[in-house]
Write a protein that binds this ligand. Structure first.
Ligand code: AMP
Ligand code: MG
Length: 335
């Protein structure tokens, strides 16, 4: 059973251990997410959480596949981008395990891992990626050996925007799924809804996006007496339409026919449907991985580690982290 690659994900509030086998086949991760009672995530508290649960979660990830540490042949970890204290815990765990098990270590790019698990799961080849997560919102495509960021948020990530709006309404983290439910309830009650009185600013700037003005305006609608369900619906429609517009322009510019969703917000069925409709209009196709591989997970880190280990390893002396690692900083040495 040897030859497995372990992946460790700790970029933000989730600690996750995932595995791929000797052929690179992925298996569901063992994950634990810090959900603060109030307020956003505090990087130090998240890092402490990761430290506290690491041992039990690592053991659980092995037990899930009936493995022992002797079956692990390599350890991959998220090198960035993310919250410094959280990343450092992951890197320390990875160094410790790789040293103890005497196997190669590899630090990988978290954003690129979202792309590769999506390609692997969906069987698409050369997609434009719409990466919509808590901290990141980017439209990415592979050009000349790198995943290039063609457009991105100029302020906060779309997931953070949804979470912050939700928090202001007393909805705990993660707010995105609750907003989705409320928007759906609004549609069930209003099958032919109108935007009258529910308009929000629509912030597409060239290929870039912005979300904080949208959040403030949505809050103002609530203060003016609009129902929470109605505003959730409008907020989703506006925020997702802006992402889909940039993704469509990226497909047009690059001539690519595939769209791939990634990141936690890609769990949203309304966003998935909007992407499918846009891609179909262009005679293309939109793909979304299973939800457990949209959210942050160790399996995608294991998979990218497995792919990259054919080309490089990370020596202990270079096994630090990079909070600001960019998607286009990582050379793509694989097909
Ligand atoms: P990530 O940063 O990739 O781990 O994803 C976490 C983010 O995804 C949080 O901001 C969540 O609110 C968001 N999220 C998760 N599920 C959904 C959903 N069904 N609709 C919208 N956002 C979601
Ligand atoms: Mg992510």
């Amino acid at each position: 059973m040897s030859g497995w690659t372990l992946g460790i994900e700790t970029t933000a509030h989730t600690l996750s251990f995932g595995l791929v086998d000797a052929e690179g086949v992925p298996y569901p991760a063992a994950s634990d997410t810090l959900r603060p009672d109030e307020g956003g995530i505090h990087p130090r508290e998240a890092a402490d959480h990761h430290k506290d649960v690491a041992k039990a979660l690592f053991e659980q990830s092995l037990e899930q596949q009936n493995l022992t540490p002797a079956d692990i042949s390599a350890v991959a970890y998220s090198q960035g981008p993310g919250l410094g204290p959280c990343l450092r815990v992951g890197a320390a765990i990875a160094r410790g395990l790789a040293t103890r098990m005497n196997v190669p270590l590899i630090g990988v790019n978290h954003c690129v891992a979202h792309i590769e698990i999506g390609r692997q799961q969906c069987g698409c080849d050369d997609p434009v990626l719409l990466y919509v997560s808590g901290g990141n919102t980017q439209v990415i495509a592979r050009l000349n050996g790198r995943y290039r960021v063609l457009g991105e948020t100029l302020d906060i990530g779309i997931g953070n925007m949804l979470d912050k709006f939700a928090r202001a309404q007393g909805i705990p983290f993660p707010g995105g799924p609750v907003i989705e439910q409320k928007a759906r309830a609004y549609l069930d009650a209003n099958p032919n809804p109108s935007m009258e009185g529910l308009q929000l600013p629509y912030a597409v700037r060239g290929m870039d996006l912005a979300f904080s003005g949208l959040m403030t305006a949505a809050q103002r609608l609530i203060e003016q007496g609009a129902s929470l369900e109605a505003v959730c619906w409008s907020l989703q429609e506006h925020a997702f339409a802006s992402c889909v517009e940039v993704a469509e322009r990226a497909m047009a510019h690059t001539g690519k026919a595939e769209l791939l969703l990634g990141g936690g917000v890609a769990c949203n069925q309304r966003l998935r449907t909007m992407c499918e409709e846009m891609a179909k209009d262009r005679d293309g196709q939109s793909f979304a991985p299973p939800r457990m591989y949209c959210i942050d997970n160790g399996t995608m880190i294991a998979l990218l580690g497995f792919i990259e280990l054919r080309h490089r390893t990370t020596p202990l002396s270079e096994s630090g982290i990079d909070q600001y690692l960019r998607t286009d900083q990582t050379p793509i040495a694989w097909s």
